[in-house]
Design a protein around this ligand. Structure first.
Ligand code: GLA
Length: 729
């Protein structure tokens, strides 16, 4: 059992293969946080906590005249409210009597075999082979009768600890939750730490930023109704010296697709507190007596071996314990061609079949009919919500179109944007009250579409019925599920005025229900998520979709940064990447090398390609399949940082047994008459011998990793290289 209770010290310690995490039912039954880091045997780390009389830091009443115990300076598992801790709170609740306070004391704990489940939200799961255990610690406020249950999932082998939270109103009057954080983690000294986050924007998602901790609250979050292009629900706290290969790194990945917040506060004594959970903006959730609220899960990992090792922990775990789709492990993903950048909305059935015929020569398995096939949809001003085939465009009907594609020995995929509605649609005309609009006000326009009120059961039922009808009518192999605006006008006509603070979260709960009823009921369909590119690229979404569109930006040179940033937490197998016309000066071969750092596909009018270009594409599709087991199942290494000045970007995939590797390089800049450059491999066995691209001469792992591979500089701009390394001894 990876969770131990020490009776004498009253400590609870969670052990994974390489880490330990300890808490203590301490003074006055406050639940103190003692340790998270490399494995330790010590049953009680509380000697680390020194206690002083700290001016202006209050003491709980029960500590009487002892002025040295202040929650303002104690590391806690779950920071409280109005108890003399002036740092970031984990909970803000308005009790039935109107008071703002939560004084939770440890009341009980339970250790259970297996990983807990959440009833309302997606969470990671344990597989048969996993050694996973659960710890539940209950904090109870004896006055308000508000109970907080802290949940910990311990995946021993995977080196992962998860956290989630439940709040139950055990009193006899309604309470209102204003803030609830799933994770609170206190470090006794955080002045030496950096915070790494993945900010971005539309077309440039998940760029990487690193900042030193200073004495204020650093916030990372989204209030756009989705996890967003602008921030990602993932942060790293690391040593100031941490690099790809060295240094302590803590990762925190939140499984939630709506508004989120991470706050990192370096306090007056250089203690660091990180909290993470649902964003409190416009959040006010009523809990009637007996009601329970669940906060989303945070997936935590720690390593002393730098960012690469941290990424490997997440990649491995998310490839096995996040999504149950058969396309994650058992069935290889198809090479697809998507109609969007090929034809936008200007297509008909004949055009699609022509694209498919040309794409077949390129080794493509699947044609995806993107936006424009339904309702009245010739541009993006109308039609959303009308999920029936537009027979002016698909004149032969969907069924026949799919048959024609299948006759080419290809599969068929389709696009939906379920959560949205156009004002010019039959759905809006029939049910204007289903759209999110504040009564008496005009809604904020964004791509000229409104969001449906996903918190409403009728809306959910409508979508489930309409979309399932399409999926069941034809032989559909793939679905792209899109959302193309941020939420504004947060209002539900189905909720009374005093419950409007629940809409943001209820939207997400409704969305998850619709996804359960559409995605989980179609296990043979491959689902890909999308949000104007990668605007909702988060682990909760990846628990439904094996892959997610990284960005609408297909420029292969921009993609180098996009893939680099995304790879900090998400595996190559989750990253939707296509070859398109974008990047006019970049050779087709280079575009393919970049797309192989993802799920690989095309997004162009294949009928416009010459025979020669189609042949090049066929070769690239074959290579993608050849390297699939390396890129989809191996370890990923970032060899260069594209955000730093340099002439090339390089990355590498290595199989788990280290017998094969694919090292990829894109030359982004060639200085005239410049120095020779080398790319050093990683992750190989130093004394094993490897062939490079089938050459008879072999090189040792040590040479490839230390001396590196010389990169020919007499090549055209934006050339790319792939070095396929095979162990030969
Ligand atoms: C979004 C997606 C694109 C495409 C369009 C269709 O922008 O990211 O890939 O599907 O919508 O409207």
């Amino acid at each position: 059992m990876a969770i131990l209770f020490n009776e004498k010290a009253k400590t609870l310690t969670l052990h994974t293969k390489n880490t330990s995490y300890q808490m203590k039912i301490g003074n006055l039954n406050y639940l103190l946080h003692l340790y998270y880091g490399p494995s330790i045997k010590d049953p009680d780390m509380s000697y680390q906590i020194m206690q002083y009389d700290r001016g202006f830091s209050g003491n709980p009443y029960e500590s009487r005249n002892a002025r040295t115990f202040s929650l303002d300076a104690q590391p806690q598992e779950f920071s409280t409210q109005q108890q003399g801790d002036f740092r970031t709170a984990s909970i803000e609740v308005v009790n039935g009597d109107g008071s703002y306070s939560f004084h939770g004391k440890a009341a009980d704990y339970r250790i259970v075999r297996g990983k807990y489940k959440l009833d309302t939200l997606p969470s990671v799961f344990d597989r048969d082979k996993d050694t996973a255990d659960t710890l539940e610690v209950t904090l109870l406020d004896p006055v308000s009768h508000v109970q907080v249950t802290l949940l910990y999932g311990v995946f021993e082998e995977a080196d992962i600890i998860t956290r989630a939270v439940k709040v139950t109103n055990q009193g006899d009057r309604p309470i209102h939750l204003k803030k609830i954080m799933s994770l609170c983690l206190d470090f006794l000294n955080g002045a030496h730490m950096d915070l790494v986050s993945l900010p971005g924007r539309y077309g440039q998602e998940r760029q990487v930023e690193r900042q030193h901790m200073t004495h204020h609250i650093h916030t990372i979050g989204s209030v756009r109704g989705s996890s967003s292009h602008q921030q990602n629900p993932f942060v790293i706290l690391c040593d100031r010296e941490a690099t790809e290969d060295y240094g302590s790194c803590y990762g925190f990945s939140l499984m939630y697709s709506g508004n989120f917040l991470a706050e990192a506060e370096l306090d007056q004594y250089d203690q660091l507190r990180l909290v993470m959970g649902i964003h409190p903006k416009q959040f006010s959730y009523e809990l009637r007596p007996g009601d329970t609220f669940e906060g989303p899960e945070v997936v935590m990992a720690f390593t002393t071996h730098g960012f690469t090792a941290l990424s490997h922990i997440y990649h491995d775990f998310y490839r096995s314990n996040l999504c149950r789709s058969k396309f994650v492990q058992d069935v290889e993903r198809p090479v697809l061609i998507n109609s969007w950048e090929a034809a936008f909305m200007n297509f008909d059935d004949v055009k699609l079949v022509e694209i498919a015929k040309a794409a077949r020569n390129m080794g493509v398995d699947l044609l995806v009919m993107d936006d424009g096939w339904f309702g009245k949809r010739d541009d993006d001003n109308s039609g959303l919500g009308d999920w029936y085939v537009n027979e002016n465009k698909i004149r032969c009907g969907l069924h026949r179109l799919v048959e024609q594609i299948n006759d080419l020995d290809m599969k068929f995929g389709i696009w939906f944007e379920p959560e949205m509605v156009s004002e010019d649609s039959d759905l809006y005309r029939a049910h204007p009250e289903w759209a999110m609009e504040i009564p008496g006000r005009h809604g904020v326009r964004s791509r000229n579409q409104l969001a449906l009120d996903m918190s409403r059961k009728e809306v959910q039922d409508y979508l489930i019925e309409k979309i399932n009808a399409i999926l069941d009518d034809a032989n559909i192999y793939y679905v792209k599920w899109d959302i193309n605006r941020s939420l504004a006008d947060i209002w539900s006509n189905a909720l009374p005025p005093e419950r409007q603070g629940e809409v943001y979260h209820r939207y997400i709960l409704g969305l998850y229900r619709v996804m359960d009823e559409i995605i989980l009921t179609h296990p043979d369909i491959l689902f890909e998520g999308c949000s104007g590119g990668g605007g909702r690229f988060d682990p909760a979404m990846l628990s439904y979709y094996p892959q997610y569109w990284v960005s609408d930006n297909n420029n292969p040179i921009d993609r180098l940064k996009l893939h680099y940033g995304t790879s900090f937490v998400y595996p190559t197998s989750a990253m939707g990447a296509h070859i398109s016309d974008s990047g006019r000066f970049v050779p087709l071969e280079t575009k393919a090398v970049v797309a192989m750092c993802g799920t690989f596909g095309y997004e162009l009018d294949a009928t416009h390609l010459s025979r020669k270009e189609q042949k090049i594409c066929k070769k690239q599709s074959d290579l993608f399949r050849k390297y699939y087991h390396i890129t989809f199942r191996g370890d990923f290494y970032r060899l260069t940082n594209p955000f730093e000045p340099g002439n090339m970007t390089a990355w590498q995939h290595v199989t788990k047994d280290k017998k094969e590797s694919l090292l990829s390089v894109v030359v982004t800049n060639l200085t005239c008459n410049g120095p020779q450059e080398y790319v050093r491999a990683k992750g190989l066995i130093p004394d094993a011998m490897y062939s490079v691209n089938g050459s008879k001469e072999t090189r040792s792992g040590a040479a490839l990793m230390n001396a590196g591979i010389p990169i020919n500089r007499e090549v055209p701009e934006y050339s790319a290289f792939q070095f396929y390394l095979v162990r030969e001894d």
